[in-house]
Design a protein around this ligand. Structure first.
Ligand SMILES: N[C@@H](CCC(=O)N[C@@H](CS)C(=O)NCC(=O)O)C(=O)O
Length: 222
């Protein structure tokens, strides 16, 4: 097991507004757990429109989870939150390298998470879990992206080098749960080995699985 702890955790818990089946929320919950930071989970009922209430919009005008409250700091957007937590609570700089090249290499994957990961595996899962039907276009996009990631991981233990960074956390959840959208991981052996490496990190917490549709799919990790 790789040790992930090298943190100056705050004395108070960080409040995380999340939806239990949101991969974007899980990405933040996972990092808080790996950093050993106490967390107070606040469930936002997206299915009942709670994210459009005035109270929630005061926290995030985009009306989306996740949002964190860390003392005086209120912050939305999962990738922005990962960057903040790494800068604030990981003094060793393991999770987000301080050198310009390392930081830029991590940023590439945050962009992938907000772009092709959202349009591929995340969209494919959303179509099934929240819409009840497979979206063949999102599945095809997911297949392409996972094949690319598999190629990267053929020669690297993590997405940026030999140590886990927030690049891995930004990609992990929707890759692990891609089968829930009808996207098979079977062809992507390096992706599956990488998922297992992340799941072996001290402090790892999974997102609750959703059922895997009958066509496509495969094993879900986490
Ligand atoms: N860019 C945002 C996207 C977050 C996002 O898409 N959240 C979804 C749940 S996974 C949400 O709150 N959806 C409600 C909506 O957009 O109305 C992030 O990275 O945090």
């Amino acid at each position: 097991m790789v040790s992930a702890m090298s943190t100056n955790a705050p004395a108070h818990p960080i409040r995380l507004h999340r939806f239990v089946r949101s991969g974007h929320s899980h990405r933040v919950q996972l990092f808080l757990s790996l950093l050993g930071i106490p967390v107070e989970l606040v469930d936002v009922a997206l299915d009942r429109g709670a994210h459009r209430s005035p109270g929630f919009l005061a926290l995030n005008r985009f009306g989306q989870v996740p949002v964190i409250e860390d003392g005086e700091v209120t912050l939305a957007d999962s990738n922005a939150i990962l960057v903040y937590l790494a800068g604030r609570h990981d003094p060793a700089g393991q999770w987000l390298p301080r050198d310009p090249v390392g930081a830029a290499r991590v940023q590439v994957w945050l962009s992938v998470a907000a772009g092709p990961l959202a349009a591929g595996p995340a969209a494919a899962r959303r179509a099934v879990v929240f819409g009840g039907a497979i979206d063949p276009r999102a599945v095809a996009e997911a297949d392409r992206l996972l094949a690319l990631i598999d190629g990267v991981l053929a020669s690297s233990r993590f997405l940026v080098g030999d140590r886990p960074t927030i690049a891995d956390l930004a990609i992990y959840t929707y890759a692990a749960h891609a089968p829930e959208g009808g996207v098979s991981l079977e062809r992507h052996e390096h992706v599956r080995a990488w998922l297992a490496r992340i799941e072996a990190l001290e402090g790892f917490v999974p997102m609750a699985p959703s059922p895997i549709p009958r066509t496509g799919g495969g094993d879900v990790s986490g």
